[in-house]
Design a protein around this ligand. Sequence first.
Ligand SMILES: [Fe+2]
Ligand SMILES: [Fe+2]
Length: 179
Amino acid sequence: MKCRDSKSSLDTPKKILKVNHAGECGAINIYRSQILLCKFFYRDLVPLLQSFKVDEERHRDIFWNEIIARNGVRCKSYWLCGLGGFVMGFISSLLGRRGILACTWAVESVVINHLEEQLKYLESKGDHSAYEAVYSILEDEKNHRDTGFKEGGVTNIWYQPLRFSVSFFTEPIIRFGMR
Ligand SMILES: [Fe+2]
Ligand SMILES: [Fe+2]
């Protein structure tokens, strides 16, 4: 989704930060529910998912600190993202190991598309601190995506359906958050 100048009282960088902060809550909860199920069924995946969750918690803090620094607000969709993430993580875990890894691959691919659009916008506006906040998480998200891809296999049948559902559910939430 392309970023546009905001006409409301919150400027676009503040909206980007709050949407990303909520998105990280979603990501944390995807990994949280996957870890929960993997403890029973795929124990070997737990350390990997835990390391992803630690990354997402750090990302959430980066955005929150930047929101506080500019008197921003928490997104109205924060808890919705958390719930949606938990459900998404749970469903993907029911699809098995490949479902879990396809979920990471799909979610992080969608995330990276958004981050890249945001970076273009923030660079054009010369908002260096927001740019830095977004840019600082990009490598982690690429690592998550590529690990999901590598570990789950190129022919992972769950990727396309999950990618479609992730886009289908996250786009309206992002649109709502960017209002
Ligand atoms: Fe993240
Ligand atoms: Fe991530």
